[in-house]
Every structure is written in structure tokens, then in C-alpha cells.
Ligand binder design. Structure first.
Ligand SMILES: Nc1ncnc2c1ncn2[C@@H]1O[C@H](COP(=O)(O)OP(=O)(O)OP(=O)(O)O)[C@@H](O)[C@H]1O
Length: 245
């Protein structure tokens, strides 16, 4: 049996008087890649931030394996003014005591196609360039669990593929656990093994990507069926393995 690295127990989160999460229970195993899906406002980012430890739940607890290192890529990142990508990388290396040679840092910047702007003020980078930096910083300290929130939003096709290859090499092949928050079902199908479906702050369904494909034809069809059911009350019609996208 796989080792549980993170155990979410009865987590609820209230913003003012409204519950964003209600009694969430979820375990993440070592090296497991989970896709967190659900409609806008269903609580995905809130749950990710609680797992990462940067937001406190109203009740419940997150039990982490000793020395668990987590990396998180935020949907919107704000950096201090006047700071460059290279400054941020150096800051992370110092904070997490990571040893990278100059050549390794340059190679990383090149992979993320940030080498030409390494010394440029981050506030002067385009949205896609900042996104690449956000992703680079989420994995630079070689975390055991990486949380990626809308990882491909704003990236062009070529950069997206380069980043996906990097995730393949640095997360999938290295058996790091990943929580992928996404509205892009192709991405979930490509990278994840398990799916957690959130609706209105509650986990309504959990399955494996294999089962979702066997029953609905694709993760896209699975998600559409869940959306239709939970938002419109339409009963799902599994297709028994046929891809009817
Ligand atoms: N800081 C906050 N203060 C008050 N309400 C908040 C805050 N952050 C989120 N919410 C509310 O909590 C609920 C869940 O939001 P959350 O951002 O976690 O959802 P999400 O599933 O990530 O949405 P999206 O797909 O749009 O990114 C929403 O109703 C949202 O309006």
C-alpha cells in the first residue's frame, strides 16, 4: 500500500458567513497525481491553499508527513516591486537551502524560456512569462507534493508543451505527488491518476482517470456529466468506453 503523505480531515472553511468548503476528507499518497475539478467558485483554490498551509481552515486539520516539502504555483502571483526572475530564484535557493550551480540555473531559465528576461523587473514581464516563473518557482525546491493551479492558463501552444514536458520529466518520472487544479480536462487526463470532483464546497465524487475514461469515454465527458448533474439535475448517461467527444 502507498504511504499517505497528507491527510485532510474534516476541513471546513467559512468566509464571513458563507461556507467555501464543507467537511472535506481526502488523503494524498506518495507520488500520486490528483486532478481537482469543479465549477468556478466550488472551492478548489481554497482547498489548495489550505493544503499548502497558506490559508487556515475554519475547522478540521491537515496532517502532513514529517518533513514533507510542498511547492505551490498560484493563480495570481504578486512579487515585490523592482525584483527580477533571477533575484526570485536566488531568494528561493537561499530560503530552501537549495544548491544549484550557475549553469543549472541558466538551464532552468532556458527550459522555461525565461533566460532572455532573467534580469528584467518581473512587473515588466507578460502574463505568460510571469506564469512560467510561477511554475518554475513551484518546483525549484524539488518538492514531494506540487500544487498547480491553472498551470496552462495564458501560455501559448509551444510554451505549454515545453512546460508539460518539464512536468513530465520532473514530476511524473520522479514520482512526485501532484495536485492539479484545472478547467482543462485534457491536462487532467494526461497527468493525473485520480480525480476529485468538488461542487459547492463538497467532494461529490472521486474516481480514477482510468474509470472515468472507461465509463464516460474521456475525462471531459465525465466532467460534463457531473456538471450537468450537479448544476442542472440532468442524470448522466455513461457510454461504456466509447469516446463520444
Ligand atoms: N478571500 C475570500 N473572501 C471571501 N470569499 C472568498 C475568498 N476567496 C474565495 N471566496 C469564495 O469562496 C468560494 C470558493 O472560491 P475558490 O476561489 O476557492 O473557488 P474555485 O473553485 O477555485 O474557483 P475558480 O474555478 O473560479 O478559480 C467562492 O464562493 C468565492 O467567492
Amino acid at each position: 500500500m502507498s504511504e499517505v503523505i497528507l491527510d485532510i480531515k474534516n476541513i471546513s472553511k467559512k468566509y464571513k458567513n458563507k461556507y467555501a468548503l464543507k467537511d472535506i476528507n481526502l488523503q494524498i499518497n506518495a507520488g500520486e497525481r490528483i486532478g481537482l475539478i469543479g465549477a468556478n467558485g466550488s472551492g478548489k483554490s481554497t482547498l489548495s491553499e489550505i493544503i499548502a498551509g497558506i490559508r487556515k481552515p475554519t475547522s478540521g486539520e491537515v496532517i502532513k508527513k514529517d518533513d514533507l516539502v510542498i511547492g505551490i504555483q498560484f493563480q495570481d502571483s504578486k512579487y515585490p516591486s523592482g525584483i527580477s526572475s533571477l533575484d526570485m530564484i536566488k531568494y528561493y535557493c537561499d530560503t530552501f537551502d537549495i544548491k544549484y550551480s550557475k549553469e543549472e540555473i541558466m538551464a532552468l531559465l532556458k527550459t522555461y524560456q525565461l533566460d532572455s528576461f532573467a534580469k528584467k523587473n518581473i512587473s515588466g514581464l507578460s502574463g505568460g512569462q510571469q506564469q512560467r516563473l510561477n511554475i518554475l518557482l513551484s518546483v525549484i525546491h524539488r518538492p514531494d507534493l506540487v500544487i498547480l493551479d491553472e498551470v496552462s492558463t495564458g501560455l501559448d501552444i509551444e510554451v505549454k508543451e515545453t512546460i508539460f514536458e518539464f512536468l513530465e520529466a520532473n514530476i511524473v518520472k520522479k514520482n512526485r505527488a501532484m495536485l492539479l487544479v484545472s478547467h482543462n480536462m485534457e491536462e487532467i487526463q494526461r497527468f493525473c491518476e485520480r480525480i476529485v470532483y468538488l461542487h459547492d464546497g463538497e467532494i461529490k465524487d472521486e474516481t480514477t482517470v482510468k474509470k472515468a475514461i472507461a465509463e464516460y469515454g474521456s475525462v471531459f465527458n465525465y466532467t460534463k456529466a457531473k456538471f450537468d448533474y450537479y448544476k442542472k439535475g440532468i442524470k448522466p448517461t455513461p457510454v461504456g468506453g466509447k469516446n463520444n467527444e
